[in-house]
Design a protein around this ligand. Structure first.
Ligand code: SF4
Length: 475
C-alpha cells in the first residue's frame, strides 16, 4: 500500500494498485447492498462469510458504516478517527466525484456566448425553485448529441420515453464532414462548453455501430471523451471493454452502466474486474433491487413501477440547451422541469427544427439562439412572475417558495431596504408591467430611485423568477 492516506482517483498520476483495489472492493460491497436483494440479509447474518463469498477482503466495519445511517452518524459525530481507512477512502472518492460534477455545472458547462450563458443561468436558477435538491444532480449541459433516432432497449421506466430505434447515422464521408462541421461550429459559437455533453440522450450509445468513430472526432475537436451511460454494456461486452480500454488512458472519467436485472448485474461482475468497474457507476434499474427508485417521468409515469414522488421533481433531463440529432438532422431546444401531464418527460421543449446540411444547421442554431436566448430582458418587456411560486413579505425583505422544494429569500440592506423589495413585488404581482412601468410608478408614488428598482428586478430575472419572453407571449 502506498503511503498516501487519501489519493485523487480521477488523477492517473496518483494511481496505486493496492489503493485502487481497496476502494473498488468497498464499491463492490456497496453495489451488492444496493442491487442484490439477498446480500444485505446474508451480511447481517454473517458479515465475514458474506464478504468472503463475494471474493472481498475489505473489513466488515467499513461496509457497516457505509450501509447504516445510524452507524455513519455515530462515527462521524464522535469517532471519526476510528473510521477504517477503506471507508474513508471510499468517501473521499465520492466527494471527488461530487466536486467534479459541481465544477462541471459551475464552469465547464457555461457557454461563452453571452445570451446563451445568461439564459442557461436563468434555467439553472429556476430549477432550484422548481425541482429543489433534485437540481443538484443536473449539470445543465448546453449541448448534447444523438447519433440515432430512437433506442433499441425500450426500458419500461425510460424517463424521456425514447421511441423505438428507427435509424442510425453511419460514419460515411458525407456524414463525417457534416459531423466535423457541426462540432467545429458549435465550439466556435458556444465555446469549449459545447464539449461538455454526451453523444447519447434519448438513445443508447452502443446502438450505433460507428459510435467509436464519431467520438474520436469529438475527442479531436474538444479534447474530451464524452461520458457514456449504456444499458447495453453486456450486449457485446468485448466492445464495451475495448472502448473503455482505449479511452480511459487518454481521458479518465466516470461512465455509467444501467443494470436492468439481477442476472445482468451478475454477468457484469463476472466479466469485468473490480478495478475496471471502479470508474463505472452501476445504476440499479430493476424493481427487485433494494435501491431502485425510478424518476417519476416518461414511461415510468404510466407504468406500475416504484417511482419517486412527483414532489421530488421527476426529471432525468440534465440539459439546458440543444439536442442535435445527427440521424434525423434535427435540433431540439430543451430545459428540465418537473414531469407533469403537460410535460410528461420532465423536459420543457422550447423549439424543434430540422436541417438539411451544415449551412442550414448554422442557420437553425443561430436562429434559435437569437429568438429564445435573451442576454437580458428589455426594460420595456412585460414581466410575469412564474406561476406556482408563492411570495411573501418577510421582516427582512421577501421570500419565494414552492411547496416541497425550497425557500428563496431576498434580504434588504442599506440603499435597498426590505420595503423596496416588497413594493417592487406588489407591482410585479399585478402582472404584465415592464421594468420601466414599475420604476416610473414607484418614482411617482414613493420617490424610489429607478436605478435601485432596475437592480432589484435584475436580481429576480437572474434568479429565474420571471417567465421568459417566449413563455409569456400572448399573455
Ligand atoms: S432509458 Fe436509455 S436505454 Fe432505456 S429506453 Fe431510455 S434511452 Fe433507451
Amino acid at each position: 500500500m502506498g503511503e498516501q492516506v487519501i489519493r485523487r482517483l480521477m488523477d492517473p498520476s496518483q494511481d496505486d494498485a493496492a489503493y485502487i483495489r481497496q476502494v473498488a472492493e468497498v464499491k463492490r460491497a456497496v453495489e451488492l447492498w444496493s442491487m442484490d436483494p439477498g446480500f444485505a440479509p446474508r451480511f447481517r447474518e454473517d458479515p465475514v462469510a458474506a464478504l468472503a463469498e463475494q471474493g472481498l477482503s475489505v473489513d466488515v466495519l467499513s461496509v457497516q458504516i457505509l450501509t447504516s445511517n445510524e452507524l455513519a452518524t455515530k462515527y462521524n459525530a464522535g469517532d471519526r478517527e476510528k473510521i477504517p481507512l477503506a471507508a474513508r477512502r471510499y468517501h473521499a472518492f465520492i466527494r471527488e466525484k461530487r466536486a467534479d460534477r459541481d465544477r462541471m455545472a459551475r464552469e465547464e458547462c457555461v457557454p461563452t456566448h453571452p445570451a446563451f450563458r445568461a439564459w442557461r443561468g436563468r434555467q439553472l436558477n429556476r430549477c432550484w425553485a422548481e425541482l429543489g435538491t433534485r437540481n443538484e444532480a443536473l449539470i445543465h449541459v448546453p449541448l448534447t448529441f444523438e447519433l440515432d433516432l430512437g433506442c433499441s432497449v425500450g426500458c419500461p421506466f425510460c424517463g424521456i420515453a425514447a421511441p423505438r430505434l428507427e435509424k442510425v447515422a453511419r460514419y460515411d464521408d458525407e456524414t463525417r464532414a457534416l459531423w466535423r462541421g457541426i462540432l467545429e461550429y458549435t465550439k466556435e459559437t458556444i465555446g469549449p462548453a459545447a464539449g461538455s455533453g454526451t453523444c447519447y440522450y434519448a438513445t443508447e450509445p452502443f446502438d450505433n455501430p460507428d459510435y467509436e468513430k464519431f467520438t474520436e472526432d469529438y475527442y479531436e475537436v474538444f479534447g474530451v471523451v464524452p461520458q457514456i451511460t449504456t444499458a447495453a454494456a453486456m450486449r457485446r461486452p468485448e466492445r464495451t471493454r475495448a472502448y473503455l480500454e482505449k479511452t480511459m488512458p487518454k481521458y479518465r472519467r466516470i461512465h455509467r452502466f444501467s443494470v436492468l436485472s439481477l442476472d445482468i448485474m451478475r454477468r457484469i461482475f463476472d466479466y469485468f474486474t473490480m478495478e475496471e468497474l471502479l470508474f463505472i457507476e452501476l445504476l440499479p434499474q430493476f424493481p427487485e433491487a433494494p435501491f431502485c427508485r425510478f424518476a417519476n417521468a416518461g414511461r415510468a409515469r404510466s407504468g406500475e413501477l416504484k417511482t419517486a414522488p412527483e414532489s421530488e421533481g421527476g426529471t432525468i433531463c440534465c440539459l439546458s440547451g440543444f439536442v442535435v440529432n445527427l440521424a434525423e438532422r434535427s435540433i431540439r431546444m430543451i430545459t428540465p422541469c418537473g414531469a407533469s401531464a403537460e410535460h410528461p418527460t420532465g423536459e420543457q421543449i422550447i423549439a424543434r427544427e430540422t436541417f438539411a446540411d451544415l449551412a442550414d444547421f448554422r442557420r437553425v442554431l443561430d436562429g434559435m439562439m437569437g429568438r429564445y436566448m435573451a442576454a437580458e430582458f428589455p426594460k420595456a418587456q412585460p414581466l410575469f412572475l412564474r406561476p406556482g411560486l408563492s411570495f411573501e413579505a418577510t421582516e427582512e425583505g421577501i421570500a419565494f417558495s414552492r411547496p416541497g422544494t425550497m425557500r428563496l429569500k431576498f434580504r434588504g440592506q442599506d440603499d435597498l431596504p426590505a420595503r423596496l423589495y416588497q413594493e417592487v413585488l406588489e407591482k410585479l404581482r399585478e402582472g404584465g408591467k415592464s421594468a420601466l412601468d414599475i420604476a416610473g410608478a414607484l418614482l411617482d408614488e414613493t420617490g424610489a430611485s429607478p436605478a435601485h428598482v432596475f437592480y432589484l428586478l435584475k436580481k429576480f430575472e437572474i434568479a429565474g423568477l420571471f417567465l421568459e419572453p417566449y413563455e409569456s407571449e400572448g399573455n
